[in-house]
Write a protein that binds this ligand. Structure first.
Ligand code: HEC
Ligand code: HEC
Ligand code: HEC
Ligand code: HEC
Ligand code: HEC
Ligand code: HEC
Ligand code: HEC
Ligand code: HEC
Length: 644
């Protein structure tokens, strides 16, 4: 849904009657003072905590389950949504300016308060603070890769342009703090979106609440735009996965009940343990959030939230899942008609769900593991659940993989026969990265959070499929210097797959270069990430890649530039202190960085040098410049948006 942006509100207020304007100004001034200084955070600024229903909160569980509470406390699930305080903020509130869409934001501290100011240039070029800024930052989203920030939003534009009050609908500041990079990055540049896509500001209460809180009830009223929202816990806590706990807690107040349940050791009928649920239900518990889905009844969901409770088997009665087979407009979206010959991007159209899939029907969005998982043969014909590999209480918070499940054990637990004859199946030495089941059967072909992630649809490499649908195959994502024809030859020899029918280019050029230089934005992003992936560099040689990564520093998509630069700076000569590239640079500066990079490359590797010969071998061209120009000229500019 479209949240009214600050700009919309400003533009619309003058249209309203004078009384409204005066009221708005008075109230804004009062609100400003209020939000700036008031401590604790004003009750209307964020959803309130409501524990009067079936949800009782993590604090209540702690008393009897201190161990489970402690392990959960370490996870990023817990810190998904937080009230802003010195303990929870990751971002630099150090008073520096960042300009996005003509508005300059400044994040700073005022004692224990976290503030954001926003200014815009007026006609004489002077900076003017926007009305109702500075504002106090009240809530945050994320704590692992990104952290987003929310400020109270007192006013929005009503249907007739009048200013109306919105309660408890915090709005998002359009910059994310990238925690790994330790820097602010505009929201639009933190996601894969066609360049020039207009900015938007999300509504937490009526949307994010569904997956980023526990027991969230938006109580959003379409008519008044009021949202008297509540949550049982900010963040993802016990009852998101174990179901509402009131009955369980009340039952176990009685020592006899506690003792009795402990003795039986059987399932406790008053609470849900995902490990004891059926395969389908266990996966649904996670799939409620880890999926590309939409509430079946949107209006109902905006009022009462998604009513699905962990342990129930009726998730499909609450959510419609993105399903490749059910897509109506797939040809339209993937068709070449959207490509503008000038390379100018046109807005994406087609069904939102089409963006979720590669053309072979595999999910390509990180965070949507459920849509991928339920298409795996091991789930369809077996008992694969998320808990086959992940554990929510005994794992490293970074990926929550259970002990040993980052190795072949994850697959061998069911595919026992491969233990004895591993090399016969993989055709790589047992200790090679090419003998890890994950690397061939769950390659990094999904994108989210500035990174390539493992596909959660277990399948096998297939060159014909890759050539026909554009989803990169596992072999060529590791063997960056080989063509599809090379791979096809080995798949034929080793696994008796039919030899693939390929274009001349697919037969001769390294597949990775085709994806990197002339692929669409997600192919380019996935390929660029693999140019910095250690197993790929050890399989393909780790000296020639910078020649191609440099080209990506001026890609039209900010995320492709970002990922390529992150890979590039891992190479000698391009480390941050050696190549001081800056993500905030203007287009002109980016071109200058690129030019300097190529000059250095050519100086270091003159014609006749070993690496220069290697590049000629890879590209089949005497001139690197001519090759890059020709390839980029044929870049697939289909607008790509990845709905993370
Ligand atoms: C359908 C469920 C769902 C909804 C709705 C949703 N998210 Fe998320 N979000 C996720 C999942 C799952 C992840 C973890 C993704 C991963 O690790 O790949 C995530 C991760 C994130 C992260 C990164 C967190 C971190 O610690 O790095 C941010 C930021 C984020 N979401 C913002 C939002 C915002 C803002 C909204 C509302 C506009 C929203 N999300 C709505 C499921 C959802
Ligand atoms: C993201 C989902 C999730 C959250 C949040 C979560 N759990 Fe769990 N819990 C699980 C799963 C899944 C299991 C099964 C074992 C595992 O994965 O580690 C489990 C197992 C348990 C068990 C049984 C462990 C045993 O002894 O076999 C208890 C008790 C428990 N959780 C309590 C809690 C409490 C208390 C909280 C909050 C403080 C919590 N859980 C938060 C998913 C979750
Ligand atoms: C008053 C004590 C008490 C409180 C509070 C409590 N539990 Fe329990 N819980 C128990 C007892 C007793 C058992 C039985 C476990 C045993 O064998 O020791 C149990 C078992 C469980 C199990 C395992 C169920 C199974 O079938 O395997 C889960 C999961 C669980 N509790 C989650 C929670 C969550 C979530 C909360 C908070 C909403 C919570 N508990 C609050 C006492 C409590
Ligand atoms: C209420 C929504 C919700 C439920 C239920 C849920 N998750 Fe998550 N999960 C999220 C969000 C949001 C994130 C992103 C957290 C972050 O990184 O800040 C996440 C992160 C993760 C991560 C990655 C941790 C990281 O930060 O990289 C794993 C793995 C994961 N979840 C697995 C599971 C599994 C397995 C289940 C079911 C037992 C489950 N989740 C249930 C919303 C949920
Ligand atoms: C066969 C094993 C397996 C199964 C089943 C599985 N995962 Fe994963 N998952 C992995 C591996 C391996 C990773 C990558 C971890 C890493 O790179 O450190 C991962 C990563 C993730 C991530 C983090 C993404 C990232 O790279 O930051 C999330 C979230 C996640 N899984 C959720 C789920 C959910 C939800 C399910 C069930 C629908 C599930 N997984 C089923 C093995 C599995
Ligand atoms: C919980 C058990 C389980 C786990 C864990 C598991 N699988 Fe499977 N897998 C199965 C079952 C059952 C089948 C269906 C067998 C059949 O149809 O013959 C299957 C099928 C497959 C197939 C397709 C077989 C075919 O003939 O098309 C592949 C490939 C596969 N698994 C690979 C893996 C890999 C790789 C992993 C680890 C990343 C893994 N599996 C983890 C149970 C599992
Ligand atoms: C070097 C890449 C590679 C690695 C590593 C690999 N596989 Fe495979 N696997 C393949 C290919 C290719 C196929 C498809 C064969 C075909 O087309 O019939 C396949 C097929 C399969 C199948 C289905 C057909 C069969 O032979 O039963 C299963 C199950 C399977 N692999 C499991 C595993 C497991 C488990 C591991 C780790 C122990 C693993 N694979 C490691 C490439 C690999
Ligand atoms: C995760 C990385 C990785 C993946 C995926 C991978 N390989 Fe390899 N491969 C290697 C490495 C590393 C070597 C070097 C020798 C070794 O370690 O076994 C190698 C060696 C080879 C070799 C022999 C040496 C050469 O370059 O001529 C062939 C052929 C080969 N791989 C083909 C394949 C095919 C076909 C696939 C897909 C089914 C595949 N590889 C998947 C990493 C990988």
């Amino acid at each position: 849904m479209n949240a009214p942006s600050t700009e919309t509100i400003q533009r619309r207020i003058p249209v309203a009657g004078p009384v409204v304007i005066i009221l708005a100004v008075l109230c804004s001034a009062a609100a400003l003072a209020f939000y700036k200084r008031e401590q604790p955070i004003p009750v209307d600024a964020i959803p309130h905590i409501d524990r009067t229903g079936d949800y009782v909160s993590a604090d209540t569980c702690k008393k009897c389950h201190p161990g489970a509470h402690a392990s959960w406390h370490n996870t990023y699930h817990r810190t998904m949504t937080q009230i802003v305080s010195p303990e929870t903020v990751a971002g630099d509130f150090d008073g520096r300016d960042y300009t996005v869409d003509g508005i300059t934001y400044n994040f700073y501290r005022d004692g224990d308060l976290f503030m954001v100011d926003a200014k815009k240039k007026n006609s004489v070029g002077k900076m003017r603070s926007l009305p109702r800024f500075p504002r106090r930052v009240v809530m945050s989203t994320g704590s692992h890769h990104y952290q987003a920030y929310w400020v109270p939003n007192e006013w929005a534009a009503g249907a007739n342009g009048q200013a109306i009050q919105i309660n408890r609908q915090p709005i998002e500041i359009p910059l994310y703090y990238n925690i790994t990079e330790k820097r602010w990055i505009p929201k639009q540049k933190s996601v894969i979106e066609p360049p020039g896509t207009p900015g938007n500001s999300a509504h937490w209460n009526s949307h994010c609440i569904n997956c980023h809180s526990t027991g969230g009830v938006p109580r959003f009223d379409e008519a008044t735009m009021l949202a008297e929202s509540s949550v049982a816990d900010f963040g993802i806590s016990c009852e998101a996965c174990h179901g509402p706990g009131r009955e369980h807690v009340e039952y176990h107040q009685n020592a006899l009940h506690r003792y009795g349940q402990h003795l039986t050791g059987g399932p406790d009928p008053t609470i849900v343990n995902p490990e004891r649920c059926s395969t389908e239900v266990s996966v649904m518990i996670c799939g409620r959030c880890h999926s590309s889905s939409q509430p079946i009844d949107l209006e109902e969901a905006r009022k009462h939230g998604i009513q699905y409770r962990a342990g129930d088997d009726d998730l499909a009665e609450h959510l419609t899942f993105a399903d490749f087979a059910a897509l109506p407009e797939i040809d339209d979206y993937y068709g070449k008609d959207k490509i503008n010959p000038d390379g100018v991007q046109t807005p994406t159209s087609g069904h939102t769900f089409t963006k979720v899939f590669w053309k072979d029907g595999t999910c390509r969005v990180g965070g949507d593991e459920y849509n991928a998982h339920i298409k795996s043969p091991c789930y369809l014909n077996g008992d694969l659940t998320c808990l086959s590999c992940h554990s929510m209480h005994a794992s490293d918070p970074n990926d929550q993989l259970a002990a040993g499940m980052n190795t072949n054990e994850a697959c061998l637990q069911c595919h026992e026969s491969f233990r004895e004859n591993l090399e016969a199946h993989t055709h790589h030495a047992a200790d090679s990265s090419g003998s890890q089941c994950y690397n061939c059967h769950m390659p990094h072909t999904t994108y989210a959070l500035s990174t390539a992630m493992r596909s959660h649809r277990i399948d096998s490499p297939d060159v014909q499929r890759s050539a026909d649908t554009g989803r990169p195959d596992a072999c060529n994502l590791c063997h960056l210097d080989q063509s599809l024809a090379w791979t096809s030859e080995y798949l034929h020899q080793w696994y008796d797959q039919p030899v693939a029918t390929l274009t001349a280019e697919q037969a001769t050029l390294p597949a990775s270069l085709l994806w990197l230089l002339k692929g669409n934005a997600i192919q380019r992003a996935i390929a660029a990430w693999h140019f910095g992936w250690e197993p790929a560099l050890s399989a393909s040689g780790s000296d020639w890649e910078p020649a191609f990564l440099l080209e990506m520093l001026t890609d039209p998509y900010a995320q492709v530039r970002f990922i390529a630069h992150r890979a590039l700076r891992g190479f000698e000569g391009y480390r941050p202190e050696q190549f001081p590239y800056d993500f905030w640079s203007s287009e002109e500066d980016l071109r200058n960085y690129q030019r300097t990079g190529f000059t250095n490359w050519n100086t270091d590797h003159p014609p006749g040098s070993e690496l220069s010969d290697r590049i000629i071998e890879l590209t089949g061209e005497e001139s690197l410049t001519a090759f890059l120009k020709a390839m980029s000229g044929e870049r697939d500019n289909t607008p790509i948006e990845i709905p993370e």
